[in-house]
Design a binder for this molecule. Structure first.
Ligand SMILES: NC(=O)c1ccc[n+]([C@@H]2O[C@H](COP(=O)([O-])OP(=O)(O)OC[C@H]3O[C@@H](n4cnc5c(N)ncnc54)[C@H](OP(=O)(O)O)[C@@H]3O)[C@@H](O)[C@H]2O)c1
Length: 287
């Protein structure tokens, strides 16, 4: 099966309707590099053309860019066609001693973007997302610096992450934004529905990239035991995680879920979800 494509917001760029998230390949408990490269190669073979990463998908500040480097290596060693692959990265966090902290200061974003260019071995980043809003820095200042990096040719398209509807409005007043990446799965709708971000993206024609779409590293086992998901999964001959992804994919065509994977079997399962169509009864049960 070849994965269908969807347009990435207003860019006109066609990407696979389901992307690959690189975080589990690079944080604590990560697999050997060869396994991560095998996961990326398998995703590409299956038609995945959207890969999500961040400079902070690593162990700590001494390891920044780990996931970007793994992705660059996987792309460089892939024997098939990689001309349509879009790698999206992010800046705006730090990893002091392995913690996750926010830094949306313009100088930090510039340094992070330039480091990501080197890690990814590209002259321009296809989609650069502000990882989070820094309470100490007006979003206008953070996005303003990203807009400058874009006008310098270092970034092609700009995206946001972990934002609400009001922050999307404030950012878009400063620079053209094409996407929003927030936490969203069938059992956690706070970052998409409750905060108005998904409706805002739909109104503005922006892509919405649900992260942790199968529950995240902590929630994935909970989703795997959800009785409603299990019942619908058994009806479709699928897994509960595949049903969770099919639920997202059926909501609106502007959604591009980015399930993370550190095992080949995980991305194979996620790609299978793209072929599942939930009926009205299924969707009603999951409301
Ligand atoms: N913007 C942000 O603040 C933010 C935050 C978190 C994540 N993200 C991005 O979003 C991506 C996805 O989020 P996530 O990795 O936190 O959570 P997730 O996609 O919900 O999945 C986490 C784990 O679930 C397993 N999994 C994935 N697909 C599966 C399937 N079809 N069936 C069974 N298990 C499956 C994988 O296990 P294995 O590792 O064993 O393969 C994976 O490590 C990340 O990789 C990252 O790119 C962004």
């Amino acid at each position: 099966m070849t994965l269908p494509t969807r347009t990435l917001g207003p860019t006109g760029i066609e990407v696979s309707l389901l992307g690959l998230g690189g975080m589990p390949m690079s944080i604590s408990g990560r697999p050997a590099e060869a396994q991560s490269i095998a996961v990326i190669h398998r995703a590409l073979e299956l038609g995945v053309t959207l890969i999500d990463t961040a400079d902070v998908y690593c162990l700590n500040d001494d390891d920044l860019g780990h996931n970007e480097r793994v992705i660059a290596k996987a792309l460089a060693t892939y024997a098939g066609d990689r001309s349509r692959v879009l790698v999206a990265t992010k800046g705006g966090l730090e990893r002091p001693n392995g913690a996750w902290t926010v830094n949306g200061r313009p100088a930090h974003l510039r340094q992070a973007c330039e480091r990501s260019l080197r890690a990814l071995h590209v002259e321009r980043i296809a989609l650069y997302q502000l990882h989070a809003v820094d309470d100490r820095v007006p979003i206008e200042d953070s996005v303003g610096e990203l807009a400058r990096l874009r006008s310098e040719g270092k970034i092609e398209h700009l995206g946001l992450s972990n934002v609400d509807a009001n922050e999307i409005d404030r950012a878009i007043a400063i620079a053209p934004i094409v996407s929003v990446q927030n936490r969203f799965h069938v059992r956690d709708r706070r970052g998409a529905i409750d905060n108005g971000a998904l409706a805002k993206c739909q109104a503005l024609g922006l892509a919405f990239l649900p992260y942790s779409p199968v529950g995240g590293s902590r929630g994935k086992s909970r989703l795997g035991q959800d009785p409603t998901l299990l019942r619908i999964a058994s009806k479709h001959g699928a897994s509960p995680h595949e049903i969770a992804l099919a639920w997202l994919l059926g909501l609106t065509p502007s959604l591009l879920p980015i399930p993370g994977a550190s095992k080949v079997s995980s991305i194979e399962s996620s790609v299978r979800a793209a072929a599942i169509t939930l009926d009205d009864d299924d969707r009603h049960a999951l409301q």
